[in-house]
Design a protein around this ligand. Structure first.
Ligand code: NAD
Length: 506
């Protein structure tokens, strides 16, 4: 049991991170913890004019930061990783308070930040381009990568800090200042991260200009300022497909760059040869973990008809026995939904599923917290076909289960939804495995074998296709999105041969 009110724990946690924000602003923006549904703080929201001023500061910072050598920029990120390590427990607790995650998931999110910082530090010495064969004698052709400009980062409530850091760590080593508009549901985690970052800046010294990293507290209107500002070279927006449909075209209108990380409708396929115990555990975590509020949560499951009677009763048992409760007070594996609207959306989806002949197991509200908190038993829904709510993302713990008999048909069904984020297959059959990963297999940005859909590592590029937005961030070569490429050709001869043999003698 907590020995102090949640608001006191919130204040203490923020203070430990070094944040000096006033948490009791009369008429301010209320921050509600999903753990209890109570208001834990009231903070000052920023205006559109504040957002514009932040972008201007970042644009000035860019002029300095782009000229600081990459490895030196990496040193700032290295120091930031040190500060994150020192504040891991506090930041993780902040995530639990604001997003309702378990301490282990909260700490895991901070670990992701540390991991991407470490990755970015190495990257700061590897921002290289190619030297390319040229057709002209006495010439050399190469490409160089330059800092891009101000990066606007918009993030969702369910991962209140890691996606910011996936972007910020790379942007900073690439020479770009960042302006962060976190979810209006989780501003405190952002303020805590900013305080931790400023500790690193303090140690780094004068090379870090003012305005290198800034946070904007407030709602979508502030995100729109970033979206529309010609001074923001890249918008990296994480959130719903609904938000991406607004942000994407607006950034395109001004020829800005966009990384869109939007909703998913992720599926698993369980084949006859699967290791069923392993599949069961992976599905349980993938579908129920974080109360179904991960972009990579498993939402659809296709089970081969020959093993349906083995795996579905076992899943029902796991669903019936999973512990639901306040993860800061109990060992519960499933925490709360973010708010009442999420609960309503879940109940609506279950109602639609029932009307289509779905058999719903679980899904009811659990009386484990105050009336103002929304805890639910995760729902397992046996569906006669892929229709209605199965075709869209409902951001809650609902797993729709369907049978299949033919492998080609299940691949078609797997891809027949709007989302294209994450996917997995459980099989020990090499052919099924390879087909799933092939050009006619899963059409998602993430395709896994014998692990679930969630829990990506930072080393790979993260993101998805179709209505997930097509963006990639984090590892691999995602850094290129934060830089601009120049192709340079140098003539070191005494002649002026033209490309393609063109003659133009004057
Ligand atoms: P949301 O779309 O409601 O909000 C996300 C962010 O966008 C918030 O900061 C919000 O203020 C901002 N926003 C909303 N409208 C905007 C507009 N018109 N212009 C600019 N900014 C705007 O999403 P949410 O409810 O916070 O998060 C859940 C959703 O995010 C789910 O769909 C989930 O799948 C998705 N998500 C995706 C990823 C990914 O990497 N693909 C990661 C986490 C969450």
């Amino acid at each position: 049991m907590l020995t102090e009110p949640l608001s006191a724990l919130t204040a203490r946690t923020l203070q430990a991170c070094g944040a000096t924000t006033s948490l009791d602003v009369a008429g301010g923006m209320e921050v509600v913890s999903p753990l209890t549904g109570e208001t834990v703080a009231s903070v000052t929201p920023q205006s559109a004019a504040d957002a514009e001023a932040a972008v201007s500061r970042a644009a000035v910072a860019f002029r300095h930061w782009r000229m600081v050598p990459g490895p030196r920029r990496g040193e700032l990120v290295r120091l930031f990783a040190e500060e994150l390590r020192a504040s891991k427990e506090d930041l993780g607790r902040m995530v639990s308070i604001e997003a309702g995650k378990s301490p282990s998931e909260g700490a895991g999110e901070v670990q992701e930040m540390i991991d991407i910082c470490d990755f970015a530090v190495g990257l700061s010495r590897q921002l290289y381009g190619l030297t390319i064969a040229t057709e002209r004698p006495g010439h050399r052709m190469m490409e160089t990568w330059h800092p891009l400009g101000v990066v606007g980062i918009i993030t969702a409530f369910n991962f209140p800090c890691a996606p910011w850091c996936w972007n910020a760590a790379l942007a900073l080593v690439c020479g770009d200042p960042v302006v962060w508009k976190p979810s209006e549901k989780t501003p405190l985690t952002a303020l805590a991260c900013q305080a931790v970052f400023e500790r690193a800046v303090e140690r780094f010294g004068d090379d870090a200009p003012e305005g290198l990293s800034q946070v904007l507290v407030g709602g979508p209107a502030l995100g729109e300022v970033l979206t529309d500002s010609p001074s923001v070279a890249l918008i990296s927006a994480t959130g719903s497909t609904r938000m991406g449909r607004i942000v994407g075209p607006r950034v395109a209108e001004r020829f800005g760059r966009c990384i869109l990380e939007l909703g998913g409708n992720n599926a698993g396929i369980v084949c006859p040869s699967a290791d069923l115990d392993m599949a069961l555990r992976a599905i349980a975590f993938g579908a129920m973990g974080t109360a179904g509020q991960r972009c990579t949560t498993m939402r659809r499951l296709f089970v081969h008809e020959n093993i349906y009677d083995q795996i579905v009763p076992a899943l029902q048992k796991a669903y019936a026995s999973v512990s639901v409760g306040n993860p800061l007070e109990t060992q519960a594996l499933v925490g709360p939904l973010i708010d009442g609207a999420a609960f309503e959306a879940m109940q609506d989806a279950l109602g639609e599923a029932r009307a289509l002949g779905g058999r719903v197991h679980g899904g009811a509200r659990e009386s484990v917290g105050p009336e103002s908190a929304f805890y639910v038993k995760p729902a397992l829904v046996e569906m006669p076909e892929q229709a209605g709510p199965v075709l869209r993302e409902t951001f809650a713990p609902i797993l729709y289960v369907m049978t299949y008999s033919d492998f080609d048909d299940v691949l078609e069904a797997h891809n027949a939804v709007g989302g294209g984020l994450s996917s997995s297959i459980f099989t020990t059959d090499l052919r099924e495995m390879e087909l799933f990963l092939s050009a006619r297999g899963s059409d998602c940005g993430i395709a896994n074998v014998n692990i679930g859909t969630s829990g990506a590592e930072i080393g790979g590029a993260f993101g998805g296709e179709k209505e997930t937005g097509g963006g990639r961030e984090s590892g691999s070569d995602a850094w290129r999105a934060y830089m601009r490429r120049a192709t340079n050709t140098i003539n070191y001869s005494r002649e002026l041969p033209l490309a393609q043999g063109v003659v133009f003698d004057i």
